[in-house]
Write a protein that binds this ligand. Structure first.
Ligand SMILES: [Zn+2]
Ligand SMILES: [Zn+2]
Ligand SMILES: [Zn+2]
Length: 300
């Protein structure tokens, strides 16, 4: 028994995939400009951003690919379809950001103690302005996305914008004061900021992969609401998890209070489905039992 009405949602061309594609190509071309610029200007802060953006490109490419794949329906290999693949991309994405941040720290921390060399501050300011416009455009293109993937990417594109704003401010300050140690300091702050956000979303997505109860589903509340329905004696084997952070699944066994006719059973089933839907469940699997039936999943 399934709630089938929401299964046909992803058949039209996926706008999320188009949005991610545009942002991917934009990011890739800019990351190359950035790496050249960072090396030319000898700026660790810009190289930190460049390395980060390069990691983003790989992550975006994965996300773009998996977003397309995640629209695929069930087949002989994956009975739930490919929704979870977008989650996998989000996890790889998070790992790349954490790894990239560690790399930046390893390269940058020693620079804090070495004698700072003079930097081409007008060049840094110019590149920061370019970075701000490119990333600002990418954020604008991705706004309104709702998949876990798009949220992760939007989040770190926003970080990129703020990162560039910091580089712009730092570059301006170095231009005025010649405090060139600001450059590695900025790079380190950017790396810490990136990795703390990435770790947070990584834990969230790992929770979904490990079939944690979705944060939008309150199982105790749902159980209480079910027990208030007239024909229900008890419920058990209540399990809930999320396929991708949006699409929530629920299984349960319902023991009927008295023997119901087929049409009464159908009515009860429809009530349970409607109730589950108001509690954030999109895919419900339900089993009816009688009171004198021994169920081996009573406490599972
Ligand atoms: Zn189904
Ligand atoms: Zn049972
Ligand atoms: Zn169970």
């Amino acid at each position: 028994m399934h709630a089938h009405s929401d299964h046909a949602h992803h058949e039209h061309a996926d706008p999320a995939s188009t949005r991610l594609g545009i942002v991917f190509w934009l990011n890739l071309s800019f990351a190359l400009i950035e790496i050249a610029g960072g090396l030319l200007l000898n700026s660790m802060a810009i190289l930190a951003d460049a390395l980060h953006d390069f990691g983003d490109c790989l992550a975006l490419g994965l996300a773009w690919y998996f977003q397309k794949l995640s629209g695929k329906k069930r087949d002989r290999l994956f009975s739930y379809g490919y929704k979870r693949f977008s989650l996998l991309a989000a996890v790889i994405n998070g790992l790349i950001l954490v790894g990239g941040s560690l790399l930046i720290l390893r390269e940058t921390v020693p620079r804090l103690w070495s004698e700072p060399t003079a930097l081409n501050t007008p060049g840094i300011v110019g590149l920061a302005i370019l970075g701000l416009s490119v990333n600002g455009f990418a954020v604008w293109r991705l706004r309104g996305g709702h998949s876990a993937n798009e949220k992760v990417i939007l989040l770190h594109l926003l970080e990129d914008v703020l990162g560039w704003a910091a580089v712009l401010g730092g570059g301006g300050l170095m231009y005025l004061t010649h405090w060139y140690w600001l450059d590695p300091l900025l790079a380190i702050l950017i790396a810490f900021w990136i990795s703390s956000n990435a770790l947070r979303s990584l834990f969230h997505n790992l929770g979904i992969l490990l079939q944690m109860i979705p944060s939008s589903v309150d199982l105790d509340e749902l159980r209480a609401a079910l027990l208030e329905l007239p024909d229900i004696f008890s419920v058990h084997d209540l399990h809930s998890w999320s396929l991708d952070g949006e699409y929530n699944v629920l299984t349960l066994h319902v023991v009927q209070a008295q023997t119901l006719s087929p049409s009464e059973s159908l009515q009860l089933k429809q009530k349970i489905r409607a109730l589950a839907r108001t509690h954030g469940i999109e895919h419900l699997t339900l089993e009816f039992e009688t009171q004198n039936e021994a169920c081996e999943l009573e406490d599972c």
